[in-house]
Design a binder for this molecule. Sequence first.
Ligand code: WT7
Length: 656
Amino acid sequence: MCTHNVTKRLVKEAKINSLPVELKYWPIRRYMDIYKKSLDDIEEFWEQEARKLEWFRTWDKILEWDPPFAKWFPGGLINASYLCVDRHLKTWRRNKVAIYWEGENSEERTLSYSQLHREVNRLAVALRKLGVKDGDRIALYLPMIPELPVAMLASARIGAIHTVIFSGFSSMALADRINDTEAKVLITADGGYRRGKAIKLKEIADLALENAPSVEKVIVVKRRGQEVKMKEDRDIWYHELVKNIQGSIDPMPIESTHPLYILYTSGTTGKPKGIVHSTGGYLVFINSMYQWVFDIREDSVYWCTADVGWVTGHSSIVYAPLMHGASIVVYEGAPDYPKPDRWWEIIEKYKVTIFYTSPTAIRMFMKYGEEWPKKHDLSSLTILGSVGEPINPEAWLWYFKHIGGERCPIVDTWWQTETGGVMISPAPGIGLVPLKPGSATFPLPGIDAEVVDDNGKPTPPGVRGYLVIKKPWPAMLMTLYKDPERYKQTYWSRFPGVYYTGDYCIKDEDGYFWLLGRADEVLKVAGHRMGTMELESAAISHPAVAEAAVIGKPHEIKGESIVIFAILKQDHVPSEGLHEELREHMRKTIGPIAMPDEIYFVSKLPKTRSGKIMRRVLKAVVSDAPIGDVTTLEDEASVEEVKQVYEEFKKIIGHT
Ligand code: WT7
């Protein structure tokens, strides 16, 4: 069946503007039948899905559920590198393109599946020679170049555990993550490009390594050819390391519950969390999910614009599309560099069929105007995706019209680093339900999602509550690295026995899920997840800052922007210079994504009598919203001061 024709017709029939849609509508009924059946017996359901992959040995058990710790398919032996690469060599796909790489300067590289196989093997053999063993951690701090997926697959091939650190992170953030994993090897590059500027990755890495003693070897990819210092006995050029390696290494049969990777993400405390993902369960889940959500096929040309440094890049650029034998596009540069039609040019050039991006990017392109996509033939597109933050209906409709030519369904995919794969989304691969712009629609098969109130009771339609997941699923995080207690606390204690997502959600009359953003102290700035505490401790580490409160302020393009309220230490006075210094300090401590848009110096912060900062009050002030209940406030003068400082600022920038 040609699903695309069906989906086209269904989108039309959904009459996007004439809502609400009746639940009796057959696509929903059909979808609900599949969904409900999947939940009758999740083990049986996931076992069927697991059989879609090639295993070296079948599992002894489907699920060992020792709440809240799940072991999926224990006893099963599998290998991610085999599934993403070797398996295709037995088919016609051996000579098809696996990776289309596009450099910021329009350089090109393509790797067929057999070339990818060779590259992965060379690096895997080299890593083994360097003494990397099964279970060892490898840190990857690389720009968006083919060596990044190659290194992930090489690591998976030999049973090592990779931890990718976003190349926009600072040396301190890099050192923290390396130290937590005690990685033995770091793979980085001499540098990267961003808007024509050189990013000195090796220099940043060297700085990090001064405080990260676990790293014994550093492998350096020559990306720019810029001058870098190489430390004897520690640093090796990637190309020299793999130059003389001819042979290959068999993919190691890996126990299903062996970690495939650790990926750090922000939570409500200052310390990032090391999310541990399994091998078997993770691969089973993302394999099925890609078929359901993106209707991915071996002839798909798939482009996810995320950075591989985030979970989206792990599941959506590397593992799932390659398992399906699709061709992926990997783009190194900025979305609007050198011109605002850079992305549309790439879609036209590679005839991208599935395109997956973030609401922030869509809103940015909306501002540039539709004349930019109009310059290009985007008719190859069949499905569009959105991820990372709620998508507002205006952005949804713009995307649908100007990028998808009103032909392509938009899959608004809700998920998290912790969930490993998409949990709530339209699923054109099994049957597209009528879409509602701004709603992620329904949970995927096997995902028992619910919206509950403070007492854990399901909320009535239209009432906001918390999104929870009531049953384990195969790609769920196994634990937090070296911190199982925090894992229990963070996700399984708010509502005992169910997984707490930290997101607000509403289920409407038709049962559609509307995700409304974070319910906790986590910000989403241009889709990047950052904890307020993490940002506050970075601000406080500046020598002039005594105390700081960080909040998110609604932002037209980025969704949220960072605002800092800081109390200075004695002997320091607010100044333009200090303002700049603090911004720069945030960049150095975390990375450019942590640069605040606004900083206010105040002498007091609104706090409760027990000393907790009332961020809610600050948020109301900067959002020009009602302040609400302040009966718990310790000192009302603090609010007045905050308001006054903010009003002054508005005057300066000519705000009304
Ligand atoms: C948080 C997870 C998972 C890929 C990238 C983000 C927000 C994610 C959506 C969506 C509304 C969304 C949630 C979630 N989020 N997708 N489609 N609609 N909100 O991963 O950095 O772990 O962030 O992103 O708030 O909890 P992440």
